[in-house]
Design a protein around this ligand. Structure first.
Ligand code: HEC
Length: 151
């Protein structure tokens, strides 16, 4: 009797866990959401660099911190088998895992350096922001060319 109750409780817990995984979305949704935030930050960065949006240290810091968080979390959402589905992730991510790791590390190095140079309040002026944001932006194209397919 006790064993049956325990089995029921366990089955219920497993069901709950499965439901929450579905509700929260799978790895493809997670990594795309991360890249969408990177894209939005890049839009803000580009707007400030072109002078279309007034620069402020807080906005500069927001760009850098969100990209740094993305650089550190993005790589966790590429489990085996997540190459199929609504994704533009290239097969090279799995066939050249070391290369992808290196691209992620390069991205994280640039965002980390920008964080370190930002201080508590963000880069003081647009020139200081450009100096650290420029190297971050160079990573978008190089990684996308190697590890993303056009659809
Ligand atoms: C280390 C590799 C890497 C770097 C660096 C990188 N990306 Fe990506 N990006 C990807 C991959 C892989 C995808 C495809 C994700 C998928 O569809 O599963 C992607 C997808 C995207 C998407 C589409 C998201 C969607 O909804 O499908 C945008 C926008 C984007 N990246 C912007 C950027 C910008 C802007 C930068 C630079 C600041 C950047 N990325 C840097 C690897 C990278």
């Amino acid at each position: 009797m006790r064993k049956q109750v325990l089995t029921l409780v366990l089955a219920g817990a497993a069901g709950l866990a499965a439901t929450s995984v579905i509700a929260a979305g799978g790895p493809i949704e997670h990594r795309k959401a991360i890249m969408q935030s990177v894209g939005a930050s890049a839009g803000l960065a580009g707007g400030m660099m072109k002078g279309e949006i007034a620069y402020s240290p807080a906005a500069g810091k927001a760009v850098i911190a969100s990209m740094n968080a993305a650089a550190h979390s993005f790589g966790a959402f590429f489990p085996e088998g997540s190459d199929a589905g609504d994704t533009t992730a290239a097969p090279a991510i799995w066939s050249d895992a070391a290369g992808f790791e290196a691209a992620l590390a390069k991205f994280a190095e640039a965002t980390g350096a920008a964080m370190a140079a930002s201080g508590k309040d963000g880069p003081a002026d647009l020139d200081a922001f450009k100096a650290v944001a420029g190297p971050i932006m160079g990573n978008c194209k190089s990684c996308h060319e190697a590890f993303r397919v056009k659809k």
